[in-house]
Write a protein that binds this ligand. Structure first.
Ligand SMILES: Cc1cc2nc3c(=O)[nH]c(=O)nc-3n(C[C@H](O)[C@H](O)[C@H](O)COP(=O)(O)OP(=O)(O)OC[C@H]3O[C@@H](n4cnc5c(N)ncnc54)[C@H](O)[C@@H]3O)c2cc1C
Length: 384
């Protein structure tokens, strides 16, 4: 045996980061989570605490004012915040989603325009790919961008945009050449003060109620020509490359939600007494807890492997990033449902956090590609 064998364990820095985020999340974010959900209000306390600690967008490189952390660190931040409040975890998660296309494909000048304000916590960024009629089939989008002198002029509507209205910046995919299909899509950065940009009313949702989801509208929205991300026609390629990096972050969110529910259920069954003993002493309950913990740990390991491979820039990430997102989100759904079951009638009430976690878990099976789409991606990789 070799106690110094480092494979398959996190380094000290990542463990220290987890400890720091967990302490912050429990002290500054958890106390507001139920109210944020109940009132469907943006988690301002979480935003303030994350920004103060520099956890709102850790993967921005140092040269753009950021922490220069790796993608695994980014996942650990999201996981630990999601463990207490999934809505709040969308602050680092959606910043990561919005800025990844910029990190991957934007010019140095555009990076300098956008990233420092996010790194400083003065701005957030959202990601706008989906449209009402173009969800899973995102390449069927209709939003248009037309070149006009020194500007691009955008027209159309994007829907389901997480943190819209709170964000300053928006990474937007739009059609620049309708003749070319997916190769006629380009990516842009829009600022909320750009003329012709507006946000719609908040969607009323099952979960993640503290994270606003809105449509965004472009009506002859004029942006400077240099706000295009990469070359014209490369937007869809950038969007797909982004998913390789960001699907594991949704997996991390799912692992965090599941861990939060597992922790709550474990504590409860030790205290709750029926038939003269703690319900945790019944084997039927123990088997449920063991299955929940087993799935959470498997999901966590898959997410960490996927995000580490993305950080190294390995090729062919489609299978592993989809597997991580899909397995972790299915785990979050089943573990949170079982957590509600283990709390009995009390689990079904808002007096305990597990019903919120169950409602929050559901979205992880839907966004950044539904789990049917993840299974399609995985099957395609297997069959090619
Ligand atoms: C709360 C929330 C936040 C979101 N945030 C964002 C965001 O910030 N930015 C953004 O761009 N988008 C966002 N989305 C959009 C999200 O990514 C889409 O909802 C998702 O991709 C599914 O698209 P759709 O809703 O149009 O469903 P559809 O594509 O209409 O799918 C309907 C059903 O058909 C299934 N299906 C579709 N095609 C196939 C197929 N080929 N094979 C098998 N099954 C299939 C789907 O899995 C699903 O079950 C968000 C959505 C929600 C609800």
């Amino acid at each position: 045996m070799n106690p110094d064998f480092e494979t398959y364990r996190l380094g000290d820095e990542h463990e220290a980061l987890r400890e720091a985020v967990r302490a912050l999340a429990e002290k500054e974010i958890a106390p507001h989570a139920a109210e944020v959900d109940d009132q469907a209000r943006f988690p301002v306390e979480a935003q303030k605490a994350l920004v103060k600690a520099g956890f709102q967008a850790v993967t921005i490189p140092e040269e753009y004012g950021g922490q220069g952390a790796d993608e695994l660190a980014g996942c650990i931040v999201i996981e630990e915040v999601a463990r207490v409040c999934a809505s709040s975890s969308l602050i680092p998660a959606v910043n990561g989603l919005g800025l990844t296309p910029i990190l991957l494909s934007a010019s140095d000048e555009l990076k300098r325009q956008v990233l420092p304000s996010i790194a400083a916590g003065d701005a957030m960024i959202s990601y706008a790919l989906s449209e009402r009629e173009a969800g899973s089939d995102a390449a069927a989008m209709k939003t248009r961008a037309r070149r006009d002198g020194d500007s691009w002029v955008l027209n159309g509507t994007k829907c389901w945009i997480t943190n819209a209205g709170e964000s300053t910046w928006y990474t937007v995919m739009a059609v620049t050449d309708p003749e070319k299909g997916a190769r006629g899509i380009s990516a842009f950065v829009v600022h909320r003060d750009d003329p012709g940009f507006e946000v719609g009313p908040k969607e009323r949702k099952l979960g993640i109620n503290g994270s606003p989801t809105r449509e965004i509208y472009f009506q002859d929205c004029r942006i400077p020509a240099d706000r295009i991300i990469g070359a014209e026609g490369t937007g869809f390629k950038t969007a797909l490359a982004t998913l390789d990096h960001t699907r594991p972050t949704i997996g991390a969110q799912a692992v965090g939600i599941a861990q939060g529910a597992l922790d709550a259920a474990t504590a409860y069954v030790k205290e709750r007494k029926q038939f003269g003993k703690a319900v945790g002493e019944f084997q039927g309950v123990q088997f449920m807890l063991a299955d929940m913990a087993m799935k959470v740990e498997a999901a966590r390991q898959l997410v960490y492997v996927a995000t580490s491979r993305a950080e190294r820039g390995e090729p062919n990430l489609g299978f592993i990033s989809s597997a991580a997102k899909c397995f972790a989100s299915d785990t979050a759904m089943s573990v949170t449902t079982d957590a509600v079951q283990l709390l009995g009638g009390y689990g079904y009430t808002k007096d305990f956090p597990v019903e919120r976690m169950m409602r929050d878990a559901k979205i992880t099976q839907i966004y950044e590609g539904t789990n049917q789409i993840q299974r399609m991606v995985m099957a395609r990789a297997l069959l090619k």
